[in-house]
Design a protein around this ligand. Structure first.
Ligand code: ADP
Ligand code: MG
Length: 436
């Protein structure tokens, strides 16, 4: 895709980087050298885990924010402000509550200076197309979530954009409503009835991407970049249970899991390792439950990630997140799309509560450097206490404030479970006093 000459493409990004200020003076690099091209006539999926920078990338294409460096073009021209012919559908509908469906849909055309008669005509056509016929004079609060999102789509379609950007447009809907809306959109697209040329859809849902897209760009995290491109050549209508569909979903899972494997060796000072390791919170109950599930039949220590996700009704994102925590703690390993218990994980599954806590504590000290640091500081101080700020400051040298919050939450929860230290919310003090 890199060989396409400029001009034949709708969107062209080369080496696009974007960072945000972390507050502590340093910058958080969110997008690193992103290359991507979108051609006319395709639905492209941008698949990545939450926090990987997908919305940021979409906002750059929509002209809402600028890249920190690199080249972002729409139809050959550098993007500066919202480009013509690009419309966006948001996850959270973003409708005006005081306007009717028809008025909400017409709104997009006012800015284009289209006269009232034509506006009305086009808005009614878009409303009809998207299945909202009869709801023209309803207000958003009178509609279900699915209907509201249809208004969101109608409002984007009414301008007849060349490129429709969608940021997780189905993720706020319940499962059945989301599936109906996906199918309706794909049908309209296949029948050539959508007044648009291309779609770029952000999602963290692997099956959704395989269901809808011609091409999937797999986005890696920390920082975000396009790590793989997958062409989906399955004919429409696509069926989730079709073996070819399953196989593709499996292979994408495996690819994404690969990137979830830890960087070795863990060197202090490198982003995401050492004391600066970002810890995503997973409760010790969930971790114990997952270890037990993995140890028991039918898995007997090894589970295919999509199968396990299906069984536990988890999204890909969640199962990776849990799998990574187990891997970080050396209770399991992600291996070619499988989650495999280690010897310690097997042992954990068969221990009683108190012994589980001891094993957990041992692994925290050995494999999560910040836990060792906190324990050392508490041991050395005569008071055997230390304020949270002592560690927060250190964490914020490596990560954003939000990430430090999440990491501290994890530290407190795991530390309490393992009885490594106590933490008092009121005084924000860590201490060696055993909470039990
Ligand atoms: P995704 O859509 O893949 O979940 P986002 O693009 O929303 O990811 O965010 C990626 C990272 O950038 C996150 O760590 C987020 O906290 C950070 N981020 C996004 N927007 C801003 C902003 N305006 N200021 C600071 N940090 C931001
Ligand atoms: Mg997002």
């Amino acid at each position: 895709m890199l060989d396409q000459p400029r001009g034949s493409s709708l969107v062209d990004m080369r080496s696009v980087c974007r960072s945000f200020s972390k507050g502590s003076g340093e910058d958080l690099l969110v997008l690193e050298k992103v290359d991507l091209t979108i051609h006319s006539g395709e639905i492209v999926g941008l698949l990545g885990r939450s926090g990987s920078g997908k919305s940021t990338l979409l906002r750059i294409i929509a002209g809402l924010i600028a890249p920190s460096s690199g080249d972002a073009r729409c139809r050959g021209e550098t993007i500066m402000g919202p480009p013509n012919g690009v419309a966006m559908v948001f996850q959270s509908f973003a409708l005006f509550p005081w306007l009717t469906v028809l008025q909400n849909v017409e709104l997009g055309l006012e800015a284009l200076g289209i006269d009232a008669t034509e506006r009305r005509k086009r808005a009614l056509a878009a409303i009809d197309l998207i299945g909202l016929d009869g709801f023209e004079s309803a207000y958003p609060k009178e509609l279900s979530g699915g209907m509201r999102q249809r208004v969101g789509f109608a409002r984007a379609l009414v301008v007849h954009p060349d490129l429709l950007l969608m940021d997780e447009p189905f993720s706020a809907l319940d499962v059945l409503t989301a599936e109906t809306l996906r199918t309706d959109l794909v049908d309209l697209w296949i029948e050539g009835r959508l007044p648009i040329r291309s779609v770029l859809m952000v999602t963290h849902n692997i099956e959704e991407a395989v269901l809808m897209c011609d091409r999937i760009l797999v986005f890696s995290s920390n920082p975000g970049r396009v790590a793989a491109e997958i062409k989906v050549e399955l004919p429409h209508p696509r069926h989730r249970l079709d073996p070819a569909f399953r196989q593709l979903v499996d292979s994408i899972y495996a690819r994404m899991a690969q990137r979830a494997e830890p960087k070795t060796p863990a060197v202090e000072g490198i982003h995401g390792t050492g004391v600066g390791m970002i810890l995503q919170h997973v409760s010790s109950n969930v971790l114990s439950g997952l270890i037990e599930t993995l140890a028991a039949p039918p898995y007997d220590g090894r589970a295919d990630l999509p199968v396990l996700a299906g069984h536990l009704q988890l999204e890909a994102d969640e199962i990776f997140h849990f799998g990574e925590s187990l891997q970080l703690l050396r209770f399991a390993q992600l291996n070619e799309g499988d989650l495999v218990l280690t010897e310690a994980g097997q042992r954990f599954a068969h221990l009683e509560t108190d012994d589980r806590k001891k094993l957990f504590a041992e692994h925290l000290i050995n494999y999560v450097p910040v836990m060792g640091l906190i324990r050392r500081v508490l041991d050395e101080r005569p008071s055997h206490t230390a304020p949270e700020a002592r560690f927060r400051n250190e964490l914020e040298d490596y990560m954003s404030e939000d990430q430090a919050d999440e990491t501290l939450k994890t530290i407190v929860s795991w530390g309490r479970y393992a009885e490594l230290f106590a933490y008092d919310e009121q005084s924000e003090l860590f201490s060696l006093e055993n909470p039990h």
